[in-house]
Write a protein of this length. Structure first.
Length: 153
């Protein structure tokens, strides 16, 4: 069973390992592993806890199975709703962890942001992620800036 808990500073090493792994970042941003400065900047922003009503505010969650970290779920307030993203540690690929993480996010994120409208941006080459989202009711809305935008209302 996968559970989510708020991301803490002590989770930095786990996240940094994924953010510097080209297998994980292949479909994130420019597709390249992140440098240490980018990792630290993102973690600092994640721990900032801006007011949830503020566009751009984010909440990160560590996904665990038993007590072992298996991934990260990121949520961000956008004009059009709450955006979710998820990263699974390569050690846990192929086991349905991403689906379990998204299922947990669907239970938690709407309560956190007070909205039922969720969005996700997916690299069109990431067929597994697109399939995972559509199986959970997300619909492909548009393609913008090189990414497909999926929504769940």
């Amino acid at each position: 069973m996968v559970t989510l808990r708020p991301f803490h500073e002590t989770d930095t090493e786990f996240f940094a390992g994924m953010a510097s792994d080209e297998r994980v970042t292949r479909f994130v941003g420019d597709g390249q592993p992140w440098d240490q400065q980018t990792i630290q900047d993102r973690i600092r922003a994640a721990l900032q806890q801006d007011p949830l009503g503020t566009v751009g505010s984010s909440r990160w969650f560590l996904a665990t199975e038993a007590t072992e970290p298996v991934g990260i779920v990121v949520s961000t307030r956008k004009e059009e709703g709450a955006e979710i993203g998820y990263w699974v540690s390569p050690d846990h690929w192929g086991r349905g962890i991403a689906g379990a993480m998204v299922d947990s996010a669907l239970a938690v994120i709407p309560e956190v942001y007070g909205t039922q409208k969720l969005i996700a941006r997916v690299d069109p080459a990431n067929a597994a992620s697109a399939k995972l989202l559509t199986r959970r009711g997300f619909k492909l809305e548009t393609h913008h800036a090189g990414l497909d935008l999926y929504t769940l209302v």
